[in-house]
Design a protein around this ligand. Structure first.
Ligand code: RAM
Length: 946
């Protein structure tokens, strides 16, 4: 009897433990935690954890209420989703009462597990609605035209305007929000304290079409009585220098959108008694100039601390000598919207690793890492002492700072001391540089610890990936990839952070986007940039070379391999995060682009030689920065045509548009057939009519001659599924033969480097993929690491021991992420994390184990993790002697097929038990040399003897 009771109690205990069920956490709205949004039906997501294996969600319920109290009482006055069956934990549209501007929405969620047990409610989360209608903006654009003060010879850099106003508030402040934006860049402060911690606000857009605003909760920064509202503006992308326009002699070199930066801000205060007051920017604001003498993104800042107007941003400052702010007209068609991306922020602080005295008060600091950002200076000296900071990525062998590769970007910050005996600290606010070394000129004393501090800036995209091995070169390479991404995902995906370029090149963006998703959560980052890209689409339907798209050079238009970013990037965001809204919102743009391709192919569904002879450079950029004979750009354009059609067909299906699905599936088939017919010989060898290109004049590297038989051609054909079956196998064989003929060295450029290793792996040549990946010989990824790089170079030969910085003056960035696209293979093949359903709802773990016998140049241990929108996946393998161990984590609510590499009849143990008799997982098949195991959520360890 007693024992029965005990076992009954134990059983009950177990049931209770189980009853805890699923625990939802990491509640997000529009990819952000507690954001402000102006999306009228924002999307919600959460992550699930559970204490037992094999768990999944069978239903969920969301409650949204107008207050925390109501939420606690489950009084869903905004929305009660009810119990909704299904696995979805992301992309769930708010479906309640229409939400008006300024509403704060509190929400929570609970999930039912596979046994139908309801879990506890999550902790509450919230989001807030921005200003949904433009007329709610009562504020005006204000500024101060100082343009006439900026007449320099080469650089026209006017001082930056200062704006201020004192306001009086009553007691009983309950809630206060600041809505602020600028055409240009702004910093806003209340009573001397900066609102928020974002940098380079409000971001770059096509300002004629839209400007983004930030929303700040400033309740705690205001007080009864007099308060100071103050703002400093800079020229930024709106009115400053952009890209290479100066370098190429473009008639316009700055002020592409306007030449006076302006601010629009609105402070809304709510009192305990329910009364409201709104303060807006208008002609009653005062304006002046101050210490910030020059300020430009590319060219840097000059700050004369002697000109500081002490207390200018505090209440009670005497601004009688200031002029009234000027009011500038708005454009009716310009939208004002909440900034949809992750804010640009200071994401890390770096200390210099050393410095060298160059004589005459000049020192060169080594920050130990090539990064994008600024430095904070701390100095002591006399008033008028001038410190000049110059930035470079590399040093010459004789120790001088190398700045030729900055081209026309002056990238110089100057600080003029006020002479504070306690010392003074300064950092620029509206510029950034790409650098590892800082030359500091004008120091009176030897540097000390605080003289320089590195401030890393970048879009604050949450880190989601890790990748580590027992191979130091590979680890450094991974670090270099992530650092290069961080240095270039700054509001938009740029090509490089240092020279006079820093623009959103579409080719770079499309080859790298998938890699990016393995390192950082870039969902909201691309939500922002895809709008820029659509805003930049040409009337013809072509997507531009870069977005946003100021007119930097008359001949800049579009190029195959670049313009397809308009399809490839949204597709990747859909795949990685299950985002179908981006597809729906951009569908008309994407279809328009496909219409453009159809029209350009003149009904042939093919781009023959010279099909793009009318653009500049002729044929487009092609396999930019490749080696050897050129892959015909038109052949690549045709591949991309078919590939885009496939992606369109898949996206059409994802949004339930079956008519378009059929259309694009058909286009894909037709383009493939046309390619097969024109560019592929009977023997499966790729060819082109080289004669058609004549002497290649006008084409990028055209004088090298053209051939279809290149690494890039086969790699892309395999990667994009241009050829199938026997043709595909042959393509793999040709690819390996080409590599062999080339001493097992790659020759691929921007378009060929990404698919190279995946194509080798896909056609059974994983060993060769590893060989290229692990090589340290020129040209290779390892070569860069061997040469001390901390970021990814623009060119394979950006630096060589024989030639040094061969391309200095022209084009030689040391922080260009395009070749970092090998990241895709590292996660997707080496670690074998392969999504099979959008958002990683289902996925494969199919690692390719590195070849044996490479000693310290090989890999014996590899561990990668990825926090997906469905939770964190881990794939780890370890080989020692004849034993292979594999560890895999499968997140709750997902299903994995784990490919365990085994010989024909090797025994597999899972968590110490025989696989064949395991109750944990299910052996479901065999493929090549893998045993396939199906597993629900949990942590698994497989061991096999090899
Ligand atoms: C270079 C850019 C970019 C590339 C184009 C074609 O100047 O840096 O990386 O996409 O040209």
């Amino acid at each position: 009897m007693k024992t029965n009771m005990l076992s009954a109690m134990l059983a009950l205990g177990a049931a209770w433990a189980q009853a805890k069920g699923l625990v939802p956490g990491y509640l997000r709205c529009e990819y952000k935690e507690s954001p402000v949004t102006d999306v009228v039906r924002p999307r919600l997501s959460w992550e699930l954890t559970a204490s037992e294996n094999n768990q999944l969600q069978t239903a969920y319920q969301i409650i949204v209420a107008s207050s925390v109290e109501k939420l606690t009482e489950n009084a869903a006055d905004f929305w009660n989703s009810g119990k909704r069956p299904g696995r979805a934990t992301a992309q769930i549209e708010y479906g309640g009462k229409p939400l008006s501007s300024r509403t704060v929405c509190y929400w929570k969620v609970r999930s039912w597990d596979r046994n139908g047990v309801a879990g506890e409610w999550s902790k509450p989360s919230q989001w807030e609605m921005g200003l949904l209608d433009k007329p709610e903006w009562k504020a005006q654009w204000i500024g101060l035209d100082l343009d006439h003060l900026g007449k320099g010879k080469v650089y026209h850099l006017p001082p930056a305007p200062y704006l201020r106003k004192d306001i009086i508030l009553r007691t009983g402040i309950k809630k206060a929000r600041l809505y602020a934006t600028a055409l240009g860049l702004y910093e806003f402060s209340i009573n001397g304290k900066k609102a928020g911690d974002a940098f380079l606000t409000p971001g770059w857009t096509d300002y004629d079409k839209r400007a983004y605003y930030q929303v700040y909760d400033v309740t705690g920064d205001l007080k009864a009585g007099k308060n100071a509202l103050a703002s400093q503006l800079s020229y930024g992308w709106y009115a400053g220098y952009l890209g290479y326009s100066l370098l190429v002699g473009n008639p316009v070199v700055r002020a592409f959108y306007g030449n006076v930066p302006v601010l629009k801000a609105q402070l809304e205060v709510e009192y305990a008694d329910g009364k409201k007051e709104t303060f807006v920017t208008d002609q009653t604001w005062k304006a002046s100039q101050g210490a910030l003498l020059e300020s430009d993104l590319l060219n840097g800042e000059t700050y004369d601390a002697r000109l500081e107007q002490a207390g200018w941003n505090l209440a009670g400052f005497d601004d009688a000598k200031w002029t009234n702010a000027q009011v500038f007209p708005d454009k009716a068609e310009r939208k004002i919207q909440v900034y949809p991306g992750p804010p640009v922020k200071i994401t890390q602080i770096l200390k210099p690793v050393g410095h060298k005295n160059r004589g005459n008060g000049t020192y060169i600091f080594d920050m130990g890492q090539n990064y994008a950002g600024i430095v904070r200076l701390h100095v002591k000296g006399r008033a008028g002492d001038t410190i000049r900071l110059r930035f470079g990525e590399k040093l010459y062998p004789d120790g001088r700072l190398m700045t030729e590769n900055l081209r026309m970007a002056r990238a110089t910050d100057t600080y003029i001391l006020k002479g504070d005996p306690a010392g003074e600290s300064w950092e620029p606010r509206f510029t950034f540089h790409g650098f590892q070394y800082v030359e500091v000129k004008g120091l009176n004393n030897a540097p000390v610890q605080q003289t320089l501090t590195g401030l890393v800036i970048g879009s604050d995209t949450p880190k989601v990936g890790t990748f580590e091995t027992d191979n130091a070169m590979v680890n450094q390479l991974y670090s270099n990839i992530d650092w290069t991404q961080r240095a270039n995902y700054i509001d938009i995906p740029t090509d490089c952070p240092q020279r006079d370029e820093r623009i959103g090149w579409t080719g770079d963006a499309q080859v790298y986007v998938k890699s990016a998703t393995f390192n950082r959560d870039v969902a909201s980052f691309f939500t922002k940039w895809i709008v820029d890209l659509n805003d930049g689409q040409y009337e013809s339907g072509a997507y531009p070379l870069y977005a946003p798209r100021p007119n930097l050079r008359k001949t800049d238009t579009f190029s195959p391999g670049w313009m397809e970013a308009g399809i490839i990037c949204p597709y990747q965001i859909y795949r990685s995060y299950g985002d179908t809204r981006m597809i729906r919102d951009g569908w008309a743009h994407m279809v328009h682009f496909m219409d453009f391709l159809d029209a350009r192919s003149k009904g042939t569904y093919l781009f023959k030689e010279n099909a793009f002879a009318d653009i500049d450079p002729k044929g487009g950029f092609g396999d930019w920065l490749s080696f050897g004979r050129k892959t015909p750009p038109d052949m690549l354009a045709s591949f991309y045509y078919a590939y885009c059609a496939d992606l369109m067909a898949e996206m059409a299906a994802a949004i339930g548009n079956m008519r378009d699905q059929q259309r694009f599936a058909e286009v894909g088939r037709k383009v493939r057939a046309a390619i097969r017919n024109h560019y592929v010989g009977q023997d499966g060898r790729f060819k082109c009519d080289s004669q058609a290109y004549g002497n290649g004049a006008g084409y990028v590297d055209g004088s090298l001659g053209f051939t279809g038989h290149t690494q890039t051609a086969y790699a892309n054909a395999i990667y994009m599924g241009i050829v199938n079956g026997e043709d595909r196998r042959k393509a793999g064989v040709y690819l390996t033969a080409l590599l062999k003929d080339n001493g097992n060295k790659l020759a691929t450029g921007f378009l060929g480097a990404k698919p190279l290793l995946p194509a080798l792996s896909a056609t059974g040549h994983s060993d060769l993929a590893y060989r290229l990946f692990l090589s340290k010989e020129f040209p290779s990824w390892g070569f860069e690491v061997e040469n001390g790089s901390t970021t990814i170079w623009e060119r394979w030969d950006s630096y060589t021991k024989e030639d040094g910085f061969k391309y200095n003056a022209a084009m030689n960035s040391f922080s260009h992420y395009a070749f970092g696209a090998v990241c895709e293979w590292m996660f997707g093949n080496a670690a074998g994390i392969v999504m099979t359903k959008p958002g990683f709802e289902t996925f494969d773990i199919r690692p390719e184990i590195a070849p044996d016998g490479l000693g310290s140049n090989g890999i014996n241990h590899l561990k990668a993790s990825l926090r997906t929108i469905n939770g964190t996946i881990v794939s780890e393998w370890n080989k020692k002697d004849r034993k292979l161990t594999m560890k895999v984590s499968v997140p709750v609510n997902t299903l994995a097929h784990i490919y365990v590499p085994v010989g024909a009849d090797t025994q597999v143990l899972v968590n110490g038990e025989q696989l064949s008799s395991s109750a944990l997982v299910k052996a479901v098949g065999k493929e090549d040399s893998y045993r396939i195991v199906e597993a629900g959520s949990g942590n698994y360890e497989f061991t096999v003897s090899r």
